[in-house]
Design a binder for this molecule. Structure first.
Ligand code: DGY
Length: 324
């Protein structure tokens, strides 16, 4: 390493405690203005950084990694999803990549439940009635949503977050179904009374609610395509807290607008921060601005993970959360 303390360049503002600890341990360049860095700024950063700490808002492309100086040895992502980093290029160019798993599981599962409840119980529509002073009093047939008890929840991606969604959903009386590359252990299946579907296409028509919890990669781009959306019941709901690119957003907006699908709760979008304009007009779409991990606990936990990974890198130890 070229310096006694590695130069750590952080692309966005991080929680205060994280920034303080980073600055006390390493030579740290923070982004005080929190202005997202474009390709030029990222290229300049990797010219001098030993460690880059990006977030989901940065596109760390092959070109950027290839333009890095030889001192760049670690990309310590602040976030669990790392689809915005060309991990294959990083591996080829001998730059390690780490992420922050585990610490945002509860927060993200909570947001999935929030969306599930909001969309099935029409909570946003109701809140807008109050906000616009249109509440004319209780009415026996007005604002009816659907209850969760006894309905079938299909979880796509039964990793940490998928399991956490399943555990919460059990408390609401939902029946758990899942599609995953591999089956979870018999103990977990038993605990959750979960049904495994080898064929996603076979699961879809049976579900009342679909929760997307898988990582985004080339294999999951538009996994929920127009064709797969058409397999869902017209009374079904879709909840996405993973990545927008997993769902064909135009097809989803069309399905919601035409009544081919009952509703959707989305925390993530295909072209963030842009949101499909049609989605913005639909009462059956509950939209949140990528808030899955936005608790103080999760974000400071993510900071601790980043620091632990950089610490291990400096000490020459195995990286705890290495993904490439
Ligand atoms: C994550 O950690 O993947 C969140 O979506 C923010 O990047």
């Amino acid at each position: 390493m070229s310096r006694p303390k590695p130069l750590v360049i952080v692309t966005r503002r991080l929680p205060e405690a994280t920034e303080r600890e980073l600055a006390s341990l390493f030579e740290t360049r923070l982004n005080r203005s929190d202005t997202p860095m474009d390709a030029g700024a990222l290229t300049a950063a990797v010219h001098s950084a030993d460690v880059l700490v990006p977030t989901v808002t940065d596109r760390i492309t092959r070109e950027i990694i290839a333009a890095a100086g030889p001192q760049l040895r670690l990309i310590a992502n602040f976030g669990v999803g790392f689809n915005h980093i060309d991990a294959a290029a990083a591996a080829e160019l001998d730059v390690a990549v780490t992420n922050t798993p585990g610490v945002l599981t509860d927060a993200t599962a909570d947001i999935a439940m929030t969306l599930m409840l909001m969309v099935t119980r029409r909570a946003l529509e109701g809140a807008k009635v109050i906000e616009s002073a249109r509440f004319a009093g209780w009415c026996p047939t007005w604002m009816m949503g659907v209850g969760l008890r006894g309905r079938k929840l299909g979880i796509i991606g039964m990793g940490r977050i998928g399991e956490a969604v399943a555990r919460r959903s059990r408390a609401f009386g939902l029946e758990i179904h899942y599609s995953n590359r591999k089956r979870v252990t018999p103990a977990v299946e038993q605990e959750l009374e979960a049904t495994y579907w080898f064929e996603l296409d076979a699961m879809l028509p049976e579900m009342d609610i679909l929760s997307i919890n898988c990582p985004y990669n080339t294999a999951t781009w538009h996994l929920i395509s127009a064709e797969r959306l058409s397999r869902l019941k017209p009374t079904a709901y879709l909840v996405n807290t993973a990545r927008g690119e997993i769902v064909d957003e135009t097809a989803l907006a069309d399905a919601l607008a035409s009544g081919r699908l009952a509703g959707a709760g989305l925390d993530v979008f295909e072209r963030e921060p842009q949101v499909h304009p049609k989605l913005l007009t639909l009462p059956n779409a509950v939209l949140l601005p990528h808030m899955g991990s936005s608790t103080i606990e999760a974000r400071t936990g993510m900071g601790k993970k980043v620091i632990a990974n950089i610490g291990a890198f400096v000490a020459g130890e195995p990286l705890p959360d290495r993904v490439a």
